[in-house]
Ligand binder design. Sequence first.
Ligand SMILES: N[C@@H](CCC(=O)N[C@@H](CS)C(=O)NCC(=O)O)C(=O)O
Length: 212
Amino acid sequence: MKLLMFEHCSLCFRVRMVAALKGLHLAEEVVEDDDSAAMTALVGRRVIPILVLDDGTPMLESWDMVALIDAIGAPILTGPERPEITALADRMLAITPNLTMPRYPLLPLPEFRTVAARDHFLTRKASAYPDMTGLRARTREFLAELAPVLDELDAEIAGPEAINGTLSRDDVRILPLLRSAAVVDGLTLPPRVGAYFQAMMARTGFRPLPTV
Ligand SMILES: N[C@@H](CCC(=O)N[C@@H](CS)C(=O)NCC(=O)O)C(=O)O
């Protein structure tokens, strides 16, 4: 199996974290942002992540990829999900792109290896994020909006080994969002969220993204 991915992509990290937690090898192929052909040749359009199965079949939905990988051997995502966690993930997602999108292109990520690839990202995000510098300048404001959501998440975390005590899709929902938010230099996670993030990232074996 091979995963076509961007390093900054949280949907890609859903798949990567589950494979890593299960100790399964997943070949990772980072696509440069301006290499649309890598995606269109496989599935006829730009989309990431793409999981290419050993028989060449491409999968396009990250949750399907998570389910497929979790079904190999003994499943690990055996715990129940809670609507509170989905709601918190949605609230995080309403805020964090304002912090992360204007930072990703500043990071030394493989999908932005060339200036052309980085500028391709900036160009295709320009309509949704026309003023990346302006968003970065509002970092304090967005962090202040995010803080109470993270505080509520803090109160929901059962322990550092799993949000609900046993690994579940809620961990796959939240850890990639925390990994993305953690690109913000100056982000302070509440204690239980911080302990959870450190412990889970250590278990996956992936280093956090750089900060800026
Ligand atoms: N439902 C899909 C959504 C995939 C998706 O929206 N991917 C975004 C990146 S997060 C994408 O391909 N954007 C187009 C692009 O990067 O050009 C999944 O969960 O895998």
